[in-house]
Design a binder for this molecule. Sequence first.
Ligand SMILES: Nc1ncnc2c1ncn2[C@@H]1O[C@H](COP(=O)(O)OP(=O)(O)OP(=O)(O)O)[C@@H](O)[C@H]1O
Ligand SMILES: [Mg+2]
Length: 287
Amino acid sequence: MSAISLNKIYSGKVRDLYAVDDKRMLMVASDRLSAFDVILDDPIPGKGEILTQISNFWFDKLAHIMPNHFTGDSVYDVLPREEAAALEKRAVVAKKLEPVKVEAIVRGYLAGSGWKDYQKTGTVCGIKLPEGMQEAQQLPEVIFTPSTKAEVGDHDENISFEQCEAIIGKELAAEVREKAIRLYTEAAEYARSRGIIVCDTKFEFGLDENGTLTLMDEVLTPDSSRFWPADQYRVGTNPPSFDKQFVRDWLEQSGWNKQAPAPRVPADVVAKTVEKYQEALDLLAGA
Ligand SMILES: Nc1ncnc2c1ncn2[C@@H]1O[C@H](COP(=O)(O)OP(=O)(O)OP(=O)(O)O)[C@@H](O)[C@H]1O
Ligand SMILES: [Mg+2]
């Protein structure tokens, strides 16, 4: 990626953050892909741009529900013209917020760690579910299943709503749950009309300088969500998804032991993965 004349303040698995001033930062989505918590050596060309376009679409569409982290500045306001032109599709100017210390996960269907927990305990994050549910089945109602924000190198852990209250306070926990469920419900209904089932998703929130709860990070992308093509959905099976499943499947069959470094991913698997991300963007935001 091209050079950026701002100070880097954080490098996540996928995004890099740069300081603009005390209150604002530039968030740049790279083409890195992490699978099984290891960052692959091979970038997925264009992935960062596609992810940013999907997020921007949702931030805009859901803006009436709550405030988001955008400052209203464009990248051209904070970067020299040439740098801005190179990054405009993958970067945004955001308010630097104080992160709320839980991951706000919402589930409409039973999959992933929710399905695993349910099989063991009949509950997900302490929420009792009806008996006899199948993998990928739609839940009787949308549920809020928070998890901890793990330190670097650790895995996030599902927690009960009571544990969530203990971490961030009762009042904030109630507001986070209410907002997360509203965002998911409205987005899932829209996505369904575009042929995508949003099985589950993770939102991140922060507090602004007035303590107002604000939506931040990325919203409803294939990296933060499980998207299923509606026409291939069947209860009782794990549907193919728009997320990094392509790469994950390939890695699984490669015999890799899931310790870094990951094997080099063949070009056709990389190409197919870009195609999947692009397909999600086209379906959601296309005319
Ligand atoms: N407006 C914001 N204010 C402060 N932090 C933000 C804001 N938007 C996003 N972030 C944080 O920026 C980082 C984005 O980087 P990335 O998603 O690559 O991180 P990550 O590898 O998922 O790591 P992490 O475990 O820290 O989320 C995340 O830590 C996210 O919480
Ligand atoms: Mg992240």
